[in-house]
Design a protein around this ligand. Structure first.
Ligand code: FAQ
Length: 321
């Protein structure tokens, strides 16, 4: 089939736009909402940013579970503030996604239908108070490693959101580590509770970084567009390396018999993740997937009156000017 001269001009224009776009990325320029961008770049960003936003909001549930049972008023106030921060992170991220031309309603709809994912880690239950320590230390710790790298992502609103989020996440990680440190200075029972939480959260935390690079569907294109700046395996290795010393400092053991220093690589070697479990969890069959989504749906429906009240108020304000 031969192209008409109008079609050929259009194709050349699109190729030029794409080439200019890639040059801007290669020159470390930030892409802003009103700039031209390839449709696939926009869609890929909506996918990643919205999944990130959903993770922050669904991630409030395992910790929300312990607010009323925190062991002291101080711990309760800290945990409450932390969970509220996660809601704030969700809001920054939903706003960043909305700059790409999708509405909040569509984003939430995609979460509820399963079209959009959220981080696998939040499909595990929080069984004891020590889990608040393990989540803060390991889950926020893994999130920071990933998010520090995303501060340099090519899309301006996402990169700027990450700068603020990272500051708050480091407080989250310290509060989790402090909970574990306190338990590790306590009775044998408290020590065992801390170790048990770490045993349950260690492997799921490693899964947060996604599949191996060789199995990562989106990495190639996302790295070319500098949406991702470091690969899944690179970030996971960084997290393993930093966690070992922190565990040793307070007497915790990481549940992996294959962990050992590799002089040649200058990194710790570690065992293989149970990828079958990972794929089960991200396809909806983890221990808490159904509960997490049902809870979100219920909260969303119960909050309908708030959204309606805001709309009515906005309409009234408009009518009075
Ligand atoms: N869970 O091709 P890739 C937090 C999916 S925030 C679920 O490698 P990509 C704060 C992936 O989406 C934690 N799904 O994908 C907090 C894709 O499926 P799709 C959230 C996963 O995007 C702490 C498919 O597998 N952080 O914790 C996971 O290049 C405490 C193929 O994978 C972010 O979201 C997973 N772990 O790399 C809150 C950071 N891994 O979309 C409360 C931003 C992979 O085609 C309490 N996101 N998948 O249906 C990213 O950096 C990337 O999206 C990755 C995945 C690295 C997560």
């Amino acid at each position: 089939m031969s192209l008409s001269s109008t079609d050929m001009h259009r194709a050349t224009d699109a190729a030029t736009l794409e080439a200019d776009f890639q040059t801007r990325i290669d020159n470390e320029e930030k892409i802003e909402p009103k700039d031209w961008m390839p449709e696939a770049y926009r869609k890929n960003l909506i996918r990643q940013i919205s999944q990130h936003a959903h993770s922050e909001v669904i991630g409030m549930q395992p910790e929300g579970n312990w607010i009323t049972r925190a062991p002291s008023l101080h711990r309760k106030a800290v945990l409450l503030a932390k969970v509220q921060d996660e809601a704030g992170h969700g809001l920054y991220l939903y706003s960043a996604a909305e700059t790409l031309g999708i509405t909040r309603e569509e984003l939430i709809h995609n979460l509820h239908t399963g079209a959009a994912k959220y981080a696998s880690i939040f499909n595990y239950p929080s069984l004891t108070w020590a889990d608040m320590g393990a989540i803060g230390w390991l889950v926020d710790g893994a999130a920071i490693v990933n998010q520090v790298s995303l501060q340099r992502t090519s899309y301006g609103p996402y990169a700027r959101g990450m700068v603020r989020i990272c500051k708050e996440e480091s407080f989250h990680q310290r509060q989790g580590y402090h909970i574990l440190m306190t338990l590790m200075e306590g009775s044998d029972e408290q020590k065992a509770m801390a170790q048990d939480a770490v045993n349950r959260f260690w492997w799921p935390s490693l899964m947060m970084f996604g599949p191996h690079d060789s199995d990562s569907e989106h990495s190639g294109q996302s790295m070319t567009w500098k949406i991702k700046r470091q690969s899944n395996d690179e970030l996971r290795q960084k997290f393993v390396d930093q966690s070992i010393e922190q565990a040793e400092a307070i007497g915790l053991t990481l549940p992996d018999p294959d962990l050992r220093w590799n002089e040649e690589r200058g990194h710790y070697d570690f065992g293989e993740i149970d990828w079958e479990e990972f794929y089960q969890v991200i396809s909806g069959s983890g221990p808490c997937n159904r509960d997490r989504l049902a809870h979100h749906r219920r909260a969303h429906e119960e909050g309908a009156w708030v959204r309606e009240a805001i709309e009515a108020y906005e309409a009234k304000k408009k009518a009075s000017v």
